[in-house]
Design a protein around this ligand. Sequence first.
Ligand SMILES: Cc1ncc(COP(=O)(O)O)c(C=O)c1O
Length: 409
Amino acid sequence: MVFVGLTPTKRNYMADLFAKCALLTKPRQAEAMGCYPFFVPLESEAGPEVIIQGRKMVMLGSNNYLGLTQDPRVKEAAKKAIERYGSGCTGSRLMNGTLDLHRELEARLARFVRKQDALVFTTGFQTNLGVISALVGRHDTIVLDRSVHASIVDGCRLSYGEVLKFKHNDMEDLERVLQTIDPKRGILIIVDGVYSMEGDVANVPELVRLKKKYGARLMIDEAHSVGVFGEGGRGVAEQFGLLDDVDIYTATFSKSFASIGGFVAGDADIIYFIRHMARALLFSAALPPASTAAARAALDIIEQEPERRARLWENTRFLQNGLKELHFVTGKSESPIIPLIVGDEMRLAAFWRGLFDGGVFTNAAVSPAVDPDRALIRTSLMATHTSAQLTRALEVMGETGRRQGLLGA
Ligand SMILES: Cc1ncc(COP(=O)(O)O)c(C=O)c1O
């Protein structure tokens, strides 16, 4: 606040829009202490090892689950698309931005996730914004797991519907909330398939049972599970054998698909409606040709090379077991995302820096990405990590954790 004169009366008092900017002190403190974990520039591809500040490091902080950003077939597809279609679409899908490539990819994705139709957006974030705000109106209620991704929370904010939350992955609490809703309202339950910070998995069988019991619809964001879970890599709904019971399937290309972009899949009527009503699609330029072609090439590989998924799970078990032997607190992870829960943010910053100095790059997750008392190091695996790289990472994590008093009994 800036006060003009001495007494803040209505006439001489002026709020400064920018005052809050100088009050953002925590990141500055972390920078001053040399423990600032964000916006660190990579000087190489985001593979299992990366170059940062001229140093080779083990990368345990990427969503490149299948290692496909480095696959020559994916790169080649992107190059060829640039040659044929140029570098960008210069307009929205609605107007001039739709390519035959988009339509082909949509048809392939719909078949892949066994839905009638699919629609590609420019990011996964926009997918969730566009889908939720298009579908949920004044007479509808969204019931949300309280740990869903920020893009879902923001999609709910943009919708005109009522938004209710249930405790994370707590199906009794979900039922309690569902019981309070007027059955005349449309109800959409929304969850993540795999939760992006702690790596735990949605209870799809219970979600399906409850959605049927209360006449609701179910939307699952399979961002971290597509390519990773299920026999065919279709995500956690496939893993539970319940893909048909998911009404709205969303996912991103920014993880296993080694590109950028996102998609929604569902019944043809629903996708048709979203295609004409989703503002995040209609008023934003289309996914560029290179990204579209890269996603399509990645889809081929996801379908044809299940051994990559098997390798990712071997790596996941290896790291999970190693961390358990070291007595780290790893929460309820059941996926290639494994958290090391530290709690306090300043201790977390020091731990992150210790790992960094030891040559291991991880992600530091603090509020609002996690609860304020649950700051954590997020690690995530790739199919292409070698056991030598993971062994080295475990040694560094063990030494640093021991030195900093972070290992449990
Ligand atoms: C669960 C979930 N949904 C959506 C997104 C957004 O995807 P994108 O990176 O494609 O915008 C993310 C990205 O981190 C995510 O974790």
